[in-house]
Design a protein around this ligand. Structure first.
Ligand code: ADP
Ligand code: ZN
Length: 611
């Protein structure tokens, strides 16, 4: 076994590297610069942490967020690695102590914020053997990236200050322009660029179209019920959206946290800490939430509204399932969100780019082919996969001749001289005497009520399909009125047939009854032996986490707990072989977990010498 593998097993308790990790480590250990592109949760940290263990001296890691640093340092310390974070939120005496440890050569890894690094450089140059500099979230250096940070631009001078030391830039943002810009701005010297697959097969992908508010709420409640005692994030478009949804969930007895930029810094920190430490399981948040969250056991991510781009969407769902266990994602898609986001894009500084990005997001939500395929193609991994873990693969769309339905809708639009948006069109089709309908006299149209037999929610779906197939378009510059395209005219005048896909709608009422029954059934059935053991292990993990004042997932990951249930180690040696348990954790917690497992099994603890 080579050195890198030994550290992987000994320190982290993992058996094998993920693709590219080993190549990256070898490259930087032999002195080369590198640019590493891996999706969130892909395993970037190990790429600089293992070199830190192999190289002489200290590896400096530049990271933009204090909460991220803290999490990483906790995780490293839990594995017995000497790491600290130097930043402005520490008391000065703490920073001084860290500097002293660094001087004594005790630190393998020093995390530092970019602005702080600039202040510390003279001192580091003179007194510390810097083995490598790793720049995390490196896209922050680029104006093209989605998260430009001015303090990152100074990092370009690092190459002059440490000309002989390898620099590694890491990011989960993959687009071409940003990539080239990172290399240029950081002045990387003949870097090797490592691009790993952006696929995250453990994330299921699911889009629910045109759900009404109540349907959405029930779906969300169901997801939460399926993940009792487990964590999840629900992203909303606006502050008000987070508050409203949280209020609705509370009515149904779910305890939720709210997170958005309008809250005070203290409040946000409190909510984030409660989430990380499993005191709150569900968070309703705007996209402000998540950048600093390394929590590995997030089991579901729901988008209550459409995200503004595929990049944001992928990054947000990427916060789920970092531990590799199955994780659910659901995106709710409706026209109103599309219109709101379009307005934001119009008003943004980079109108054309943002509109283009939104279009791609819309295409994704409307697509009828494997969603993973679309995502991976978007990130430049051309493929024709059929993943089996997205809603399209699981329920391939069934088409039928929808010409009459499409004609009814087009005719309603036509008769208003294309002066209606989504809601008004639906009102006319349904024959609803809404205030606008009456004011405009649309109740006298020939098509008024022509689509009474179809539920309003289904009309929303059909109109979405028509939009996607190019029969209609939204005139964003004319009050979002619907316009008929030439292809739509062909359908309207019977020159072309229109295929629609069958709307599959879960009957949530039936489902709800079923859930109650199954919950009763579950509570009647005693939990299995293994479930009982898992629960006991979870409680012990929480006790230890509280003693240490660290999050539970830092003590042991969910995957490690599952591995313990499977292997049922009765001595330390076996315990150390379980997934994700290195030497340090074995020595620290091994005794307690092994004792618990022995007593659960009703077997005496065998003497360690008999191993
Ligand atoms: P990111 O790329 O988002 O920084 P991390 O470095 O936090 O991802 O890694 C995500 C998770 O995957 C962590 O829990 C990490 O311990 C785990 N991981 C990384 N490499 C491996 C590996 N070779 N085997 C098993 N788990 C790994
Ligand atoms: Zn698929």
């Amino acid at each position: 076994m080579d050195k890198a593998h030994q550290f992987l097993k000994l320190v982290y308790g993992y058996d094998s590297f993920r693709p590219l990790q080993k190549e990256i480590i070898d490259h930087v250990v032999s002195g080369g610069d590198a640019l590493v592109l891996m999706p969130t949760g892909g395993g970037k940290s190990i790429c600089y942490q293992i070199p830190a263990l192999m190289l002489e001296g200290t590896v400096i890691v530049v990271s933009p967020l204090i909460s991220l640093m803290k999490d990483q340092v906790d995780a490293l310390q839990a594995n017995g690695i000497d790491a600290e974070a130097l930043n402005s939120s520490n008391e000065e005496y703490v920073n001084r102590a860290i500097r002293e440890r660094c001087l004594r050569g005790e630190l393998k890894i020093l995390y530092i914020s970019p602005e702080r690094l600039m202040l510390e450089i003279p001192w580091l140059q003179q007194n510390v053997k810097v083995a490598m500099v790793a720049i995390d979230e490196a896209h922050c250096v680029s104006q093209w990236g989605h998260d430009f940070r001015p303090e990152y631009t100074q990092l370009g001078t690092l190459k002059d200050q440490f000309p002989t030391i390898p620099i590694m830039a890491l990011t989960a943002t993959a687009d071409k322009v940003t990539k080239a810009d990172i290399i240029e701005q950081l002045r990387l010297h003949q870097p090797r660029v490592f691009v790993s697959s952006f696929d995250r097969p453990n994330l299921s992908l699911d889009v629910r179209k045109a759900y009404r508010k109540r349907e959405r709420l029930y779906t969300i409640l169901e997801v939460i019920a399926r993940h009792k005692e487990e964590s999840g994030i629900i992203y909303c478009l606006s502050r008000k959206g987070t508050e409203d949804l949280a209020a609705d969930l509370k009515v149904h007895g779910v305890s939720v946290g709210i997170y958005h930029a309008g809250l005070s810094h203290e409040e946000r920190t409190r909510v984030q800490n409660d989430f990380i430490n499993d005191r709150i399981h569900v968070i309703c948040a705007t996209i402000a939430f998540g950048m600093g969250i390394d929590k590995s056991n997030i089991r579901f991510v729901i988008h209550n509204n459409l995200p503004k781009s595929i990049e944001s969407y992928y990054q947000e769902i990427g916060r789920g399932g970092r531990d590799g266990l199955p994780t659910e994602t659901i995106l709710f898609y409706n026209i109103q969100d599309l219109i709101t986001l379009r307005k934001f894009a119009e008003e943004s500084g980079q109108r054309d780019i943002n509109i283009e990005k939104l279009k791609r997001m819309q295409e994704y939500a409307e697509a009828q082919l494997c969603r993973r395929r679309i995502l991976l193609n978007y990130f430049g991994e051309t493929n024709d996969c059929h993943c089996g873990n997205c809603d399209v693969c699981k329920n391939p769309p069934q088409l039928f001749d929808g010409t009459t339905i499409v004609q009814k809708a087009l005719s309603a639009i036509k008769r208003t001289n294309e002066q209606t948006g989504f809601i008004l069109t639906t009102d006319i089709l349904k024959g609803s005497f809404s205030a606008t309908v009456i004011a405009k006299g649309y109740n006298n149209l020939k098509t008024f009520g022509a689509g009474r037999d179809i539920p309003a929610g289904d009309w929303h779906m059909y109109l979405l399909q028509m939009l996607q197939m190019g029969y209609i378009e939204i005139a964003y510059n004319e009050d979002n009125h619907l316009k008929i395209t030439p292809m739509g005219e062909d359908v309207l005048w019977g020159r072309r047939q229109a295929q629609l896909s069958v709307i599959v709608r879960e009957d949530l009422r039936v489902k709800k009854r079923k859930t109650t029954i199954s919950l009763q059934e579950v509570s009647a059935n005693a939990p299995s032996e293994d479930q009982q053991l898992f629960e006991k292990l979870r409680v012990l993990r929480r006790t230890i986490a509280e003693e240490l004042g660290k999050p539970a997932y830092i003590v042991l990951s969910d995957k490690s707990l599952h591995s313990l249930v499977q292997e049922k180690p009765v001595n330390l040696l076996q315990f150390g072989n379980a997934y994700g348990i290195g030497e340090h954790k074995k020595m620290l917690f091994g005794e307690r977990f092994v004792n618990l497992i022995c007593s659960h099994l009703g077997v005496p603890r065998p003497p360690e010498s008999s191993q």
